[in-house]
Design a binder for this molecule. Structure first.
Ligand code: AMP
Ligand code: GLY
Length: 431
């Protein structure tokens, strides 16, 4: 199938990478990005669409004969965008609202994992603060407290002391100061065992019954070098992740991914879309699920898609139709080289990012170095910052060190007052 018209929902770095890869897919003729950003409007195949309402988007997709819609962020998934598009007979790659609970509700996903014997940290769920406090005193620190609901990465406290854990419970069950979007039934927290090891992002595509794995990756969640400072959405990522050995890969597919796909189908909420298992890999090779996301990672998507050689449009359309079995292979073709992306964040990120600043001297994209936009907007010819994570400079090279050199040489040219980036992206892969 050719001349596909594809709609990408979202406007961050992940969506720029998806749109970029789709625009480079031979099967795709047009890519519309809603709402997109300053980087998704500059290619002849790419068009930004200034619609955010899901009903308007659905009407537009129908009226414009869109062949495939791909959803980037979790918000529209949890909001039922996929259900709406499917009801109108549109092909859309992403989980329904019910299936998206794997990400949107920690309580749902933990209960799901328990029910289907999928390895994860031991846990209890609470709505009553007194019981939660008593549980913390019984188990002791370190301990992890998670708000139930989408919290844009701010709903998890890895408490090293009892005081921290108690304070987190008060925050999440008390004043609701985190602004978490609660599921029906009010505020809930999950309190769980603190796992140790190395984290990796394990992302696959699911068509309901079949699985197509993406290349492995790792991100850097803390703001500062050496994993110091506050948690962020992710300051950089690389692919492949050496910590995911063939043995770890096989274990993860057997013990986590397949039981999840089969378990969802058995529970009557068949999963379609990107399934992202956040893994904790213990020194002895034991793998446990930290969390599920029902979308690709940001910034993992940027380096992962730089390595993808297969036609993404054809793969995602097959997935949206539940027809991965019709692909010539369930194994995608990947560039053997390493891809590495470094995030350039605005001054003040993550607490209070500065916006509206002029960005200058962007290096030109080439086959081995692409600047993916996240928080940018065009004002005429001028490129302005519009969000916390502004750009992700991504490079492809024969080794991690070589990719670091290319990415860091490019990012050093960019002028954005007060901007910040980590200087050690990929360090764990080198070690
Ligand atoms: P989550 O949103 O559940 O992935 O949590 C965000 C981050 O918190 C993870 O990437 C981990 O770094 C950390 N985290 C979450 N759960 C645990 C756990 N049970 N043990 C240790 N660290 C955790
Ligand atoms: N980079 C982590 C995430 O997308 O959740």
């Amino acid at each position: 199938m050719h001349n596909l018209k594809v709609l990408v929902i979202g406007g961050g770095g992940r969506e720029h990478a998806l749109a970029w890869k789709l625009a480079n897919s031979p099967s795709v003729s047009h890519v519309y990005v809603a709402p997109g950003n300053g980087g998704t409007a500059v290619d002849s195949k790419l068009v930004n669409l200034h619609i955010t309402d899901k009903v308007e988007l659905c009407v537009w997709a129908r009226d414009n004969a869109i062949d495939l819609t791909v959803v980037g962020p979790e918000g529209p998934l949890a909001d039922g965008l996929v259900d709406l598009f499917r009801d109108q007979g549109l092909h859309v790659f992403g989980p329904t609202q019910a299936a998206a609970q794997l990400e949107s509700s920690k309580a749902f996903s933990k209960a799901f994992m328990q029910r289907h014997a999928i390895p994860t940290a031991s846990f209890e769920t609470f709505t009553d603060a007194t019981l939660a406090h008593a549980y913390i005193d019984k188990v002791g620190a370190p301990i992890v407290v998670k708000a139930d609901g989408l919290a844009a990465g701010k709903g998890v406290v890895v408490a090293t002391s009892l005081e921290q854990a108690h304070a987190a419970v008060d925050d999440m069950l008390g004043s609701n100061s985190l602004g978490v979007t609660h599921n029906s039934g009010g505020a809930r927290v999950v309190i769980e065992e603190c796992l140790v090891g190395e984290e990796a992002s394990f992302i696959v595509m699911v068509d309901g019954r079949h699985v197509v794995p993406m290349a492995t990756s790792q991100d850097h969640k803390r703001l500062l070098d050496n994993d110091q400072g506050p948690n962020t959405g992710g300051m950089g990522a690389y692919s492949p992740a050496p910590v995911v050995t063939q043995a770890v890969f096989d274990t993860t597919m057997r013990d986590i991914i397949w039981p999840t796909v089969h378990g969802m189908a058995k529970d009557g909420i068949t999963f379609t879309g990107f399934l992202y298992a956040g893994l904790m890999i213990a020194p002895d090779g034991t793998v446990k699920t930290l969390e599920f996301n029902c979308r690709m990672g940001d910034p993992e998507t940027q380096p992962i898609l730089m390595r993808l050689k297969s036609d993404l449009g054809l793969v995602l359309l097959a997935g949206a139709k539940g027809e991965f079995s019709g692909l010539s292979s369930l194994t995608l073709e990947w560039d053997e080289r390493v891809a590495l992306g470094v995030v350039l964040a605005a001054h003040g990120y993550p607490v209070q990012p500065s916006k509206g600043d002029v960005i200058e001297d962007l290096p030109a994209d080439g086959p081995d170095c692409v600047v993916f936009h996240a928080g940018t907007a065009l004002n005429g010819e001028q490129l302005l910052s519009s969000g916390g994570r502004v750009l992700c400079v991504s490079a492809l090279a024969a080794s991690v060190e070589a990719a670091q050199q290319v990415a860091y040489a490019a990012i050093a040219q960019i002028k954005l007052p007060g901007s910040q980036y980590r200087t050690d992206i990929g360090a764990r892969a080198v070690a």
